[in-house]
Design a protein around this ligand. Structure first.
Ligand SMILES: NC(=O)c1ccc[n+]([C@@H]2O[C@H](COP(=O)([O-])OP(=O)(O)OC[C@H]3O[C@@H](n4cnc5c(N)ncnc54)[C@H](O)[C@@H]3O)[C@@H](O)[C@H]2O)c1
Ligand SMILES: [Zn+2]
Length: 356
């Protein structure tokens, strides 16, 4: 265990192996937060934790609802007897990981956290970088992530057998987030991926390495360096919301990347061959959805709703400009303020499903 106070930044300590083997590292008397679906799919999981004599095992139903204050209360109450030197282990996707991270930060003003990501998205993205958050209900609407913390995990266990129960759509989602990092941060890796699509484990290792490279320079997000990780997220979030979350986050980000490439081309920032290459790679690699899917969602949306969503996005500036991540080359991204007239010029093509 790290000698630093619980939750402090230190380079990630990733351990690969089967859960039943790694769980022997869990200190006795820990508290576990487990996604109920994962426990059902993997029946040896709970008995393996029980063998470590935990104080409590709290099961949550994975999904965005797990990030409520009600679940947080459940985890805090379950962990109430944990001493300051104790450990909280989170076994689940990004939602269980996020709420457990907040709980680890609050319990006894900070206890040690172990992360066991069980979705690909959690493995490549949410279980790394120290962030956790819960959602709030404000005037009847769920607002995502307004109450959050930085609390880094001491260790992350990556157990490939747990990913075997993910659906194709779940694998695609996580893969898109991983390819996002490769396309915007590492040109030579991108070229290798285009030649030979990576196996799942390699994808996870590479994406974690790339994300860590960014987080290490700005672990508490004081310098804005982590913004680059938002490639594809400006319009990705808009599409996700407009679809009323029927479109999954990863799929929305994939389509958001296509639109970010269009914006970059339109401004002369992203060279045409770069945009073409990345779009083709995303289709052949992780399998980004077609532009017609984005059009279907965008067509039905009043423009004022789109503007409201972009304004509400924390990346929007005071004059309606969007702080977008655009590619200048494969593997190199830049944060650019994009004026509304730019995306408005592209909107008619987007709503037809055409490449502007
Ligand atoms: N903290 C961060 O830095 C960060 C980064 C990105 C995303 N996030 C957050 O992550 C969340 C999304 O994460 P997610 O996509 O993992 O969602 P999730 O936790 O809701 O998991 C998706 C679904 O998969 C199920 N599931 C989990 N593991 C499974 C397995 N091994 N086999 C079969 N089904 C399984 C879950 O029960 C759930 O129904 C969002 O709330 C997002 O805000 C956080
Ligand atoms: Zn994302």
């Amino acid at each position: 265990m790290s000698p630093l106070p619980p939750g402090s930044y230190s380079p990630p300590n990733d351990r690969w192996g089967s859960f039943t083997k790694l769980v022997t590292r869990l200190p006795e008397g820990s508290v576990a937060v487990v996604d109920r679906t994962v426990a059902r799919f993997h029946p040896t999981l709970i008995p393996a934790i029980e063998a470590r004599k935990p104080r409590a095992i709290i099961q949550l139903v994975g999904g965005e609802r797990a990030k409520s204050l009600i679940s947080l209360q459940k985890v805090l109450a379950g962990g109430i007897t944990l001493p300051r030197s104790g450990t909280l282990v989170a076994v689940g996707g990004g939602t269980v990981g996020d709420v457990a991270t907040v709980a680890a930060h609050l319990l006894k003003r900070g206890v040690r956290l172990l992360q066991v990501p069980t979705t690909l998205l959690a493995a490549v993205d949410s279980s790394l970088g120290g962030k956790g958050a819960v959602d709030l209900v404000v005037r009847g609407r769920v607002v995502k992530n307004p109450a959050g913390v930085f609390h880094y995990a001491d260790e992350t266990w990556l157990c490939p057998e747990l990913y075997a129960t993910l659906s194709d759509a779940q694998v695609r989602e996580g893969s898109i987030e991983a390819w996002k990092m490769v396309a915007s941060l590492d040109a030579s890796l991108f070229k290798r991926y285009v030649r030979t699509p990576p196996k799942l484990e390699k994808l996870v290792k590479d994406a974690r390495g790339l994300k860590e490279g960014v987080c290490a320079k700005d672990p508490y997000e004081h310098q804005g360096l982590r913004r680059v990780l938002n490639f594809g997220h400006t319009f990705g979030h808009v599409l996700e919301s407009l679809s009323r979350f029927k479109l999954s986050h990863g799929d929305a980000v994939g389509l958001g990347i296509l639109w970010a490439l269009d914006v970059g081309r339109h401004l002369g920032i992203t060279p045409e061959p770069v945009a073409h290459e990345v779009e083709r790679a995303l289709a052949r690699g992780p399998g980004v959805l077609g532009r017609d899917r984005a059009a279907e969602i965008a067509q039905r949306a009043p423009l004022k709703d789109v503007v409201a969503l972009l304004d509400a996005d924390k990346k929007a500036g005071a004059n309606g400009e969007l702080r977008m991540v655009l590619l200048t080359a494969v593997g190199t991204a830049e944060v650019v303020d994009v004026m509304p007239k730019t995306w408005r010029a592209l909107w008619p093509a987007w709503t037809r499903g055409a490449r502007p």
